[in-house]
Design a protein. Structure first.
Length: 151
């Protein structure tokens, strides 16, 4: 079983997008029983809030629902519950170090590293470009899925 936690700052845009994109990829591959996929925030300001409406619309335009998803905060205890923590950008990497003081099992990775890039996933909260964020996330999730199944 692959246990994956996607992580971003608020858990209302990029990480829930990655969660539901990955769930769709896994479902289409018939591998749902082999994966546990979730998402969380490194911050507290959005806890309990739903996915940001423009991201909900972007996901819906690709046939993906995120209904029922509410922001939750990443906790230190999650380190033992998940195999991978997949971050959206360098700022998330800095923030996760406050939650996980160390990463002895090398579980923490940036999403686009699976696609051979050190780039950050575009942050639509600031850019307002939800299509580019979705494209970045799709590319990263497809590469992550290939990595887990062929690596």
């Amino acid at each position: 079983m692959h246990r994956i936690m996607f992580v971003c700052h608020g858990n209302i845009c990029r990480s829930p997008c990655a969660e539901f994109v990955m769930k769709k990829i896994v479902k289409e591959a018939g591998a749902e029983r082999d994966f546990l996929i979730s998402s969380a925030a490194t911050s507290t300001e959005e806890i309990g809030n739903g996915v940001y409406p423009p991201m909900v619309r972007e996901l819906a335009s690709h046939g993906i629902s995120c209904k029922g998803k509410y922001a939750v905060q990443l906790k230190r205890a999650d380190y033992e519950r998940y195999d991978l923590f997949v971050l959206m950008d360098d700022r998330n990497m800095t923030n996760i170090c406050r939650i996980f003081p160390s990463d002895p099992e090398h579980k923490v990775h940036k999403l686009l590293s699976f696609a051979g890039s050190n780039a950050d996933v575009s942050d639509p909260w600031y850019t307002r470009d939800f299509a580019t964020a979705y494209s970045d996330i799709l590319r990263g999730c497809e590469a992550l899925f290939d990595h887990l199944n062929n690596g």
